[in-house]
Design a protein around this ligand. Structure first.
Ligand code: CO
Length: 134
């Protein structure tokens, strides 16, 4: 089911500060900020030769990232995103095996304009998993 690692996501309390750290201290290439209202976040991507790192900042206090930052005020690793060929087939297979799909269970359009789903961290060693159809 799983393809490539698409990205690792880090929640940050201040996207500007985090972006500058990656640019200035680590010499990274960082994309322009993108607001994803449906997901309650503003994101940038750090582009690496083999994958990406997503930095997530909550849009407001109702964002799921805001509660994560309440528990992790300095920020922290939030999720890992794997690529799949067929998100609906992946979803059916996962539900059959007892995994929980978050939200209303339907794929939403993610940061790359492609359908994504999130899987409950309680089912996967405490790690929130995002699946992205590529
Ligand atoms: Co992501």
């Amino acid at each position: 089911m799983l393809g490539k690692l698409n990205h690792v996501a880090i929640a940050v309390p201040d996207l500007k500060v985090a972006t500058d750290q990656y640019k200035d201290m680590l010499g990274a290439k960082v994309t322009a900020p993108q607001k994803l209202v449906e997901h309650g976040v503003t994101v940038v991507f750090i582009e690496l030769p083999n994958t990406k790192v997503e930095l997530l900042e909550p849009i407001d206090a109702s964002s799921p990232i805001a509660s994560f930052l309440d528990k992790n005020p300095k920020g922290g690793m939030h999720h890992i995103c794997y690529e799949v060929d067929d998100i609906d087939a992946a979803k059916s297979q996962l539900i059959q095996t007892g995994a929980r799909v978050l939200g209303d269970g339907e794929p939403k359009i993610g940061a790359h304009g492609k359908p994504v789903l999130f899987l409950h961290p309680g089912d996967f060693s405490g790690t929130l998993i995002e699946l992205e159809q590529v």
